[in-house]
Unconditional design. Structure first.
Length: 452
């Protein structure tokens, strides 16, 4: 008999699931990574390809991952093991669940450190530390932060504790209450920043940059980067969406809720670009600044603009909130596994995961200073963990999700869980999941390991 709810609890409504899943998907990838890679790859044409990839790869995979989660109603590891047994398949599919849990745990370890940078910048922006600084001054401030392991460790600790407090409280009291407050706050701050960019920035220039396609600036590599960003921005393949799906009511439409989550996540990425690029252009800076766009170029831009202290502070609070909603979803899969399989209380499980992830995060802290000279395959500790998760575990996880739902589960099982009323829509999704998404993910994977 199909389980109606998870032992860990259930979202009180479809809206809360949408907020939670969007919170998981919206993170540093939308607000930190998307604007700078769009800048590096020419703006409008890249954005167009990115939106196509979201529709053709991101949405089908998200629907499949939610479907698996809701059908299994357990941690990703136990869900994959039980569904494989139900479909008469090898228990080896349980390894897919392990990959997701391990990927989420590893990502949390360094995500917390990077989020710690954003936390420290909230206070720097709020106290006017950027005012009067030139490029060299802002750069020296950032380099001074990452070169100081004690400060990085302190901020890493604060952020990990913030994540622990939410996850330890459970689905209704912790996760749900957090996303009901944080997601509207995130959207409000983004809209405020877009309004500020319209008033004080070169808004039309930013608009043209993002929405006027110049295909001469688009390369084959740009297409693969857009495909990779579309996949990674939705938190796919790391167990987070699967575990959130396990808390979703059986009455909710997976297709409609997935489309809403994907739409909201994409809207946040576009709004982030509309907030950031006009401010960058107004300060006479280049949009193709790379990863330093957020921590070097934007503080410099806010320092030169009216109201920069207030809106610079709002921006970094926004960055912290986006990272926070993602980090709680990264911790959740490992916590549910410990509760289900080791008989731990939720508080004990969350504390154990937080402490172990915090300890691993020390490696990332030291990668930027004391350990920066130690490399493996020309990568620091942080670089190696990031490469393993982003380029190997997540694409493989997404590929296995597509193969499991598209090729190994019976079509009857898939159709009954998805409950799509229009056969044409089901056949379209099924085709994308079985053929288009796996090929797209495989191309991203092969590019990541330098085969193409």
């Amino acid at each position: 008999m199909r389980k109606e709810s998870s032992i860990h609890g259930q979202w009180s409504s479809k809206l809360v699931f949408i907020l939670a899943a969007t919170g998981s998907a919206v993170g540093l990838g939308n607000i930190w990574r998307f604007p700078y890679i769009a800048g590096e790859h020419g703006g409008g044409a890249f954005v167009l390809v990115y939106l196509l990839c979201i529709l053709l790869i991101g949405l089908p995979i998200m629907m499949a991952e939610i479907l698996i989660g809701r059908r299994g109603r357990q941690s990703p590891i136990n869900t994959m093991t039980s569904l494989a047994r139900e479909e008469g398949l090898s228990r080896g599919w349980g390894l897919m669940g392990w990959m997701g849990v391990v990927a989420g745990f590893l990502i949390l370890s360094y995500y917390s450190v990077i989020a710690g940078w954003a936390l420290s910048y909230v206070f720097r922006a709020g106290t006017g530390s950027f005012v009067g600084l030139d490029v060299q001054g802002v750069q020296a401030m950032f380099e001074g932060l990452v070169a100081d392991p004690e400060r990085l460790l302190a901020w890493h600790t604060v952020f990990m504790c913030m994540t622990l407090i939410v996850v330890a409280r459970g689905v209704r009291s912790g996760l749900e209450q957090a996303v009901k407050f944080l997601m509207p706050l995130l959207l409000l701050m983004l809209v405020l920043l877009v309004g500020y960019a319209m008033a004080e920035g070169h808004f039309m220039e930013g608009l043209r940059f993002m929405f006027t396609p110049d295909f001469s600036k688009l390369s084959g590599n740009s297409v693969l980067v857009a495909m990779g960003q579309a996949f990674f921005t939705l938190s796919l393949g790391m167990g987070a969406i699967m575990i959130y799906g396990s808390y979703l009511s059986s009455r909710a439409s997976i297709a409609r809720t997935s489309a809403t989550v994907v739409g909201a996540d994409t809207l946040v990425a576009i709004l982030a670009g509309l907030a950031i690029f006009p401010i960058v252009f107004a300060a006479g800076l280049e949009p193709s600044q790379g990863p330093g766009l957020i921590f070097i170029s934007l503080p410099l831009a806010f320092a030169q603009m009216p109201g920069g202290v207030l809106f610079g502070t709002v921006f970094f609070v926004l960055l912290v909130v986006a990272a926070w909603t993602s980090s709680i979803s990264l911790m959740e899969p490992a916590v549910t596994y410990l509760v289900e399989n080791r008989g731990m209380t939720r508080v004990s499980a969350a504390t154990l995961v937080a402490v172990l992830s915090w300890l691993l995060g020390i490696g990332t802290v030291l990668s930027f200073n004391h350990w920066s000279g130690y490399t493996l395959f020309d990568m620091t500790f942080f670089g190696a963990v990031d490469y393993l998760t982003s380029n190997i575990l997540l694409p493989l996880g997404g590929l296995l999700i597509a193969l499991f739902v598209g090729w190994r589960m019976t079509e009857r099982s898939v159709a009954s869980e998805l409950d799509v009323q229009r056969p044409v829509l089901f056949r379209t999704w099924y085709y994308l999941l079985r053929f288009v998404a796996p090929i797209g993910i495989l191309l991203v994977f092969l590019r990541a390991i330098n085969v193409i």
